[in-house]
Write a protein that binds this ligand. Structure first.
Ligand code: SF4
Length: 499
C-alpha cells in the first residue's frame, strides 16, 4: 500500500493516523509507488496552489491504476470535504473518498477490517490513562472531570448559528461537519525522523477570518482530552521521541471547550515534566491569546523551546478589520515587546498574506514598516488566494496577480536583509543542535536544527566540521559552535556530544 501526504503537519498527523489504522489492520506500507496495489492520496485544499498540487498528484496516481500496477485509488483529506462529488465524477479511477472527519473509514475504503483485539505490532505503545496517572499522579482525577463526549466553545456554537461553517454551496459536501478527534489509543504510524513527532492537540477552528475556509473544511474547534495528549506524549517519549511539536489550527485555544483555564499553558507545564523529553514546542498561536501565563510557562521550563509561531496575516488595521482578525501594527508591537521581555532570546516566526481585496499601497507600507520594526527571526509571505466559499470571495477590490506577486517579492527581499543581519549575530554562539542527517545537497554536510528552528519550516544549520567525533548520528543532540551565517541558514562545527 502506498500513501502520499500533502499539505501541512496537521494533515500529516491525519495521514499517520490512517497509516496506523491500515498497518494495524494488516496492510503492508511501501514507499515504492510501483509496488503498491492500493494508493492513498491525502490532499490539501487550503489555497489554489495546494488544490492544484492535490489534483496533479491524484492524476499521477491514477496513471498507476490505468497501467494496472495499482488496484485501488483512494483520495482523502480537505479536497474531499470541498469537492467530494466532483472528484468521483471527474476522476473515475478514484475508487473511494475519505473526508477529514472520517479517518477510520479508510479501512472500509481499502477493503480491510480491524482485528478484534489490537495487534501487538502497534507503531508505539500507548499508556492507558491509569498507567499515565501512575507516572504523573493527579491525571486520573483531572481525567474524571472531563467530558468524554465532544464539547464546543460558546464562540463556535455562536458562529455556527451565524453560518460560519456552512457548506450549502458546496456541491456534494456532506452537511454534517467533521467531529473526529483521534486519541491516545488510536494507532499512529510515525513518518517523521525517529527523534521528533507532532501531536495534534485540537482540531477545527472557530475564528471568523474571512480569507479562510479551514473552519468549513475541518469543523468547529474541539480539543483532545488533556490526559489523552499526555498519554500520547509519554508513549512517544518511551519509544525514543525527544522532540514534540504540538499543533492544531489554533493551539492557544486549547482546552477552552473542556472548561480548562490556561489550557495550553497547563498542558505544556505537564508535558515539560516528562523525563527525557528534550524539546517541546507548539505552533500556530493566535495573537490575542498569548497570555502572561503562557509566556511564564515557556520561560520556566528549559525543555520548552524558546520559539513562538504566531501567524499575524497583516499589520494594517484596515486590512485586518476586513480579514475579521482585528488589531494592527501598534498592538502587535506591544505583544512582541511583551513576549521578548518575558522570554529573552525567543525566536519569533510569523506569516503574512499580501494582496487581500482592497489592500492599498499604504497598507503595504504599514506592513513593511512593521516588519522592519518587529525584526522576526522567521517570516513567510503568502499571496492572497481567492477561495470560493470564503467570506472574502464576495469582496470587491481584487488585485491583479502581478501586483500581488510584486508586493510579495518586495517584502521577502526586505525580510532577507533583516534575516541576514540578525543571523550574523549568531556567529560564535555555542548551541545545542539536533542532527537530522546528511544534507540532501551534498554528503559533505549534515543538516541540523537548534531549538530556534521548528521542524521542516525554518532555515537550517549545516554542519561542516564534526570536531573530535568520527561521525554523527541522526536524531542525536550535540553542542555546536556557529561559524558562518548566510541569509537564512547557519554553518556550525561540532564541539561535543550533548549530555
Ligand atoms: S485562525 Fe483564521 S486563518 Fe487560522 S485556521 Fe482559523 S479561520 Fe483559518
Amino acid at each position: 500500500m502506498g500513501f502520499i501526504s500533502l499539505g501541512c503537519p496537521k494533515n500529516l498527523v491525519d495521514s499517520e493516523v490512517m497509516m496506523g489504522l491500515l498497518d494495524r489492520a494488516g496492510a503492508r506500507l511501501t514507499a515504492d509507488v510501483d509496488k503498491a496495489d492500493i494508493l492513498v492520496v491525502n490532499t490539501c485544499s487550503f489555497i489554489d496552489t495546494a488544490k492544484q498540487e492535490s489534483v496533479d498528484t491524484i492524476l499521477e496516481m491514477a496513471r498507476h491504476k490505468t497501467s494496472g500496477s495499482a488496484r485501488k485509488l483512494i483520495v482523502a483529506g480537505c479536497l474531499v470535504e470541498r469537492y467530494r462529488d466532483e472528484i468521483r465524477k471527474s476522476i473515475p479511477e478514484v475508487d473511494a473518498v475519505v473526508g477529514t472527519g472520517e479517518l477510520e473509514s479508510i479501512l472500509e475504503a481499502a477493503g480491510l477490517t480491524m482485528p478484534a483485539a489490537p495487534a501487538s505490532n502497534s507503531p508505539f505503545t500507548i499508556l492507558t490513562t491509569a498507567q499515565a496517572a501512575e507516572v504523573r499522579p493527579g491525571l486520573e482525577s483531572r481525567a474524571a472531570t472531563h467530558k468524554s463526549e465532544i464539547s464546543y466553545r460558546p464562540e463556535g456554537n455562536e458562529r455556527e448559528r451565524q453560518g460560519r461553517f456552512t457548506r450549502d454551496d458546496w456541491q456534494g459536501a456532506t452537511h454534517l461537519l467533521p467531529t473526529y478527534l483521534y486519541d491516545e489509543s488510536t494507532p499512529r504510524f510515525l513518518t517523521t525522523p525517529r527523534s521528533s513527532a507532532y501531536i495534534k492537540i485540537a482540531e477545527g477552528c472557530d475564528h471568523p477570518c474571512t480569507f479562510c475556509v479551514i473552519p468549513n473544511l475541518r469543523g468547529k474547534f474541539r480539543s483532545r482530552r488533556f490526559e489523552s495528549v499526555v498519554a500520547e506524549a509519554q508513549s512517544l517519549v518511551a519509544r525514543g521521541v525527544q522532540e514534540i511539536t504540538l499543533i492544531g489550527q489554533d493551539t492557544t485555544c486549547y482546552g477552552e471547550d473542556l472548561g480548562l483555564k490556561d489550557g495550553l499553558a497547563t498542558l505544556l507545564d505537564e508535558l515539560a515534566r516528562i523525563p527525557n523529553l528534550r524539546w517541546l514546542r507548539f505552533l500556530y498561536a493566535y495573537p490575542n491569546r498569548i497570555t502572561n501565563k503562557l509566556l511564564e510557562t515557556i520561560a520556566k521550563h528549559d525543555n520548552i523551546c524558546k520559539y513562538l509561531d504566531v501567524p499575524l496575516q497583516h499589520a494594517s488595521s484596515s486590512v485586518l478589520k476586513t480579514m475579521k482578525r482585528g488589531a494592527g501594527a501598534d498592538i502587535f508591537l506591544k505583544t512582541i515587546k511583551k513576549v521578548r521581555a518575558a522570554v529573552p532570546g525567543i525566536a519569533l516566526r510569523t506569516s503574512f498574506i499580501v494582496g487581500f481585496p482592497g489592500e492599498t499601497a499604504e497598507d503595504v507600507t504599514v506592513l513593511e514598516d512593521f516588519i522592519k520594526e518587529a525584526k522576526f527571526d522567521w517570516l513567510g509571505v503568502f499571496s492572497y488566494s481567492h477561495e470560493e466559499g470564503s467570506a472574502a470571495f464576495a469582496l470587491e477590490g481584487q488585485l491583479p496577480k502581478r501586483t500581488i506577486e510584486s508586493r510579495k517579492r518586495h517584502l521577502m527581499k526586505l525580510q532577507q536583509k533583516i534575516s541576514k543581519q540578525s543571523k550574523q549575530q549568531w556567529i560564535g554562539r555555542e548551541l545545542v543542535i539536533l542532527a537530522e542527517g546528511e544534507s540532501e545537497e551534498t554528503p559533505l554536510l549534515w543538516e541540523a536544527r537548534t531549538q530556534f528552528h521548528a521542524p521542516e519550516i525554518d532555515g537550517k544549520v549545516y554542519i561542516n566540521d564534526t570536531g573530535d567525533l568520527d561521525k554523527l548520528e541522526p536524531g542525536r543532540f550535540y553542542k555546536a559552535e556557529i561559524t558562518e551565517a548566510h541569509d537564512y541558514d547557519l554553518v556550525a562545527r561540532i564541539v561535543s556530544a550533548a549530555l
